[in-house]
Design a protein around this ligand. Structure first.
Ligand code: SF4
Length: 168
């Protein structure tokens, strides 16, 4: 069974079709570049953090005993960012580490607090099951135009197939 990382959660919330394409490593290089960009942003914005924590595919900063923090460029995808961080908090909880989270948005210079509650843990488990349903499927979820599409790494792929009979 494929292991799920924070990007799986983020893509599932943004667009299940993006998640499927990512899981099949279609256009992986572009995604990989994006991951590298994210890493550079992390390093530029908050260089030389004394304490960092590796959680699956992510490195998050440990702010203090209470909080871990993720750094993002802008809050355009705030909902997806929050679920991604909730997923990291959930993974930590499974290892016996209970923390709260913060997302620092560098463009807007704002910080959002994220707390793993009983309710969002239940929702998180549903999302994890949903992620497995998507990535274990042989075909991609149907194309559906989203406001996010124009900024998506799979834009050319999806829009080239739009309207064609063989579009997945
Ligand atoms: S271009 Fe749009 S439909 Fe295609 S994967 Fe990206 S967000 Fe999803």
């Amino acid at each position: 069974m494929q292991s799920i990382g924070g990007l799986h959660m983020q893509y599932y919330v943004v667009c299940p079709r993006k998640l499927w394409l990512y899981s099949k490593q279609i256009g992986f290089e572009t995604e990989h570049d994006r991951v590298i960009e994210g890493t550079l942003l992390h390093e530029k914005s908050y260089p030389r953090k004394d304490k960092e924590l590796v959680i699956g595919d992510a490195v998050v900063d440990v702010i203090d005993d209470e909080y871990i923090q993720e750094t993002k460029l802008s809050s355009k995808m705030q909902k997806a960012d929050e679920w991604q961080l909730l997923y990291y908090l959930y993974l930590l909880k499974q290892r016996g580490i209970e923390k709260k989270g913060k997302i620092a948005y560098t463009k807007e210079k704002k910080v959002v607090e994220v707390v793993l509650t009983e309710d969002n843990e239940k929702e998180l488990k549903k999302k994890i099951a949903g992620i497995y349903r998507v990535i274990e499927s042989d075909s991609a979820p149907k194309f559906k135009k989203l406001p996010y599409c124009k900024n998506c790494a799979y834009f050319d792929f999806c829009f080239a197939l739009e309207g064609k009979d063989d579009a997945t």
